[in-house]
Design a protein around this ligand. Structure first.
Ligand code: ADE
Ligand code: ZN
Length: 335
């Protein structure tokens, strides 16, 4: 099969997206529109100027701009518009199921109530189910650069919304903020029957992945790239069938890899890891789901079987029920 046939095959497959920050899907055009609607002064004069600022040499460079960008999100309608725009875009890439992160502390810190953010997002998720049959789950992330007490406060604010929240996650600046800092709040989330995920091994060392497994007791690992530095850890992740939500274009933009040709995705599959492909913050990193597949197909020696495995892994690693997983995986096999 030629590369272009493989790209078309990947595009046509039903897929799940398991690593997507809704605030990272804020396109410059919508950012401007919401800035105007809310009378917020922006340091950028044009969409081109914003896009030109999207050059990062590490995670923190990106996070500084990401938190600045989300300042235009103020009302329930803003969160609804943001979420609806992502869901429509994902649908065009044959994403049939999405498990979406949001960063409530990025909003409550600015005086936007928790309920405003989650109401707007939830209404859009409900509408996508009714309008085009897309299933979704919501994952509430704690910002790891903030103290654990703030995460506890966020969990408290979420109390009335627990039927809408599938899991808690851990994101933001990784190095210097190990998973162990959040052991107690993850335990509290587990006691509320929430699933658990965490970013680990994006910039942080393999020790952070061990902490996420042993102390946070995660159900799924976000990124996990640096696990490959430790063969014992890799063996464990394979044995435990841990899903890794890998984000190729994000890894390139944030210099986790120096060239997409050196991306470890193929190696992860060869090692037997349950890797998946995801877009992370598509507006900032240059692409949605199918752009990520295209980038790795062009750069790596992925076979048709590899691509099928990635799509099946995305459903197997999701928080759908066993029956829903089986149905989606059967749909992958039929393409
Ligand atoms: N890739 C990423 N890593 C850590 N925190 C994030 N927040 C949004 N995107 C992130
Ligand atoms: Zn992420």
């Amino acid at each position: 099969m030629s590369k272009s046939d493989l790209i078309a095959y990947a595009a046509a497959l039903p897929k799940a997206e398991l690593h997507l920050h809704i605030e990272g899907s804020l396109e410059p055009e919508l950012l401007f529109k919401l800035g105007k609607r809310n009378n917020i002064d922006l340091p950028f004069k044009s969409v081109d100027e914003i896009r030109a600022a999207y050059e990062f040499s590490n995670l923190q460079d990106f996070l500084d701009i990401y938190y600045q960008g989300m300042s235009v999100l103020r009302t329930e309608e803003d969160f609804f518009d943001l979420t609806m725009a992502y869901l429509n875009r994902a649908r065009a890439d044959n994403v049939r199921h999405a498990e979406i992160f949001f960063d409530p502390q990025g909003h409550t810190e600015r005086g936007v109530p928790f309920d405003v953010a989650i109401s707007g997002i939830s209404t859009a998720l409900d509408m996508a189910k009714v309008q085009f049959g897309m299933t979704t789950k919501l994952i509430m992330c704690f910002l790891r650069h903030l103290p654990e007490e703030d995460a506890f406060e966020t969990l408290k604010q979420a109390e009335n919304w627990l039927d809408r929240i599938e899991a808690v996650g851990l994101d933001s600046s990784e190095v210097g903020h190990p998973p162990s800092k959040f052991e107690r709040v993850f335990k509290a989330a587990r006691e509320r029957d929430l699933k658990l995920v965490a970013h680990a091994g994006e910039e942080g060392p393999p020790e952070y992945v061990y902490e996420a497994l042993d102390l946070l007791r995660i159900d799924r690992l976000d990124h996990g790239n640096r696990s490959l530095e430790d063969t014992v850890l890799v063996e464990r992740l394979v044995k435990e069938e841990m899903t890794l939500t890998v984000c190729p274009l994000s890894n390139l933009k944030l210099c986790v890899v120096n060239d997409i040709k050196n991306h470890p995705l193929k190696r992860m599959l060869e090692l037997g890891l349950r890797a998946t492909v995801n877009s992370d913050d598509p507006s900032y990193f240059g692409g949605y789901m199918n752009d990520n597949f295209k980038a790795v197909i062009e750069a790596l020696d992925l076979t048709r079987e590899d691509i099928k495995t990635l799509a099946k892994n995305s459903f197997a690693g999701s928080f759908l029920s066993d029956g829903e997983k089986r149905a989606q995986i059967a749909a992958v096999e039929m393409v």
